[in-house]
Design a protein around this ligand. Structure first.
Ligand code: HEC
Length: 246
């Protein structure tokens, strides 16, 4: 008796699930245009507020809620007080232990002075800036641009074409602000990295690119006189050693 009951129970369960649990009966030989019988509510219909639509639930009648006061997006620093803001870039020189992605419109954030690309770092670079720039460069840029900025990073061995070499005259002469902007927003086929590189780090990378450019276009005159013999065997002059190949 119990056996028959169990058998029947299993059969009915299978029947219910196969009829009521499926939303789409179009696999059946006789297709129907009628909407499917909906016994269990389908997930397409659920209680929710659609973007920008009104809602009775809240007193102000709006479905969209404004942010809780003081909310800061992940990865962004809290808005500065106006006193801090007027200090501006002065606050940027220091710390790498705070997160800075700001959307301000000054030179430090845009690379622009008025409508032109500016030149120079917005804070005093130290050796630590260059070290930081090297580290960030090697993480974010070297895969494409190469360890020395020659445009020959590992990605180019796997078919990426058109990576710019920083040793071209055009980029050597380019304003710092324009390079900064390329880091933030990209250029032509290069995507921007502004969302993953903080403001001081972008400038540190610019500083490091300048160091790379200098290193790749050095002459013997950049070497202190006392070191030259060790490098060349003779006390060579600038004319005997050409700048490194681009
Ligand atoms: C995925 C590969 C890739 C990465 C990573 C990458 N770049 Fe580029 N970059 C390119 C390519 C490709 C171009 C050439 C874009 C063009 O002109 O079409 C380029 C061009 C440039 C230029 C020259 C823009 C100009 O005005 O012609 C600069 C400067 C530059 N990149 C800096 C950087 C820096 C700094 C980083 C790291 C934060 C970086 N790139 C990361 C691929 C990359």
């Amino acid at each position: 008796m119990v056996r028959y009951f169990l058998f029947l129970l299993v059969l009915i369960t299978i029947l219910i699930v196969s009829i009521a649990g499926l939303r789409d009966y179009s696999f059946l030989p006789h297709k129907t245009k009628r909407p499917p019988i909906e016994i269990f509510p389908d997930m397409v219909r659920q209680a929710k507020v659609k973007a920008q639509s009104p809602s009775d639930f809240y007193a102000d009648g709006r479905g969209a809620r404004s942010h809780v006061d003081g909310t800061v997006p992940v990865g962004y620093s809290a808005p500065e007080s106006s006193a801090q803001a007027s200090e501006g870039v002065a606050t940027m020189g220091s710390p790498y232990n705070v997160v800075i992605f700001s959307g301000k419109q000054d030179y430090a954030d845009t690379g622009k002075v008025g409508t032109n690309w500016g030149n120079g770092l917005p804070f005093n670079a130290t050796m630590a800036t260059l070290e930081r720039g090297r580290e960030r460069y090697q993480i974010q840029c070297a895969v494409c641009h190469g360890a020395t900025g020659g445009g020959n990073g590992i990605a180019t061995k796997y078919g990426l074409v058109g990576v710019a070499s920083f040793n071209q005259q055009r980029i050597r002469e380019m304003n710092d602000g324009e390079i900064y902007n390329t880091i933030v927003n990209g250029k032509n086929s290069m995507l921007g990295y502004g969302s993953v590189i903080q403001v001081p780090d972008r400038w540190a990378i610019v500083a490091y690119i300048r160091a790379l450019q200098r290193s790749q276009n050095a002459t013997i005159n950049d070497v202190p006189a006392t070191e030259r013999t060790a490098l060349t065997g003779t006390n060579a002059s600038a004319s005997t050693i050409a700048p490194a190949k681009q």
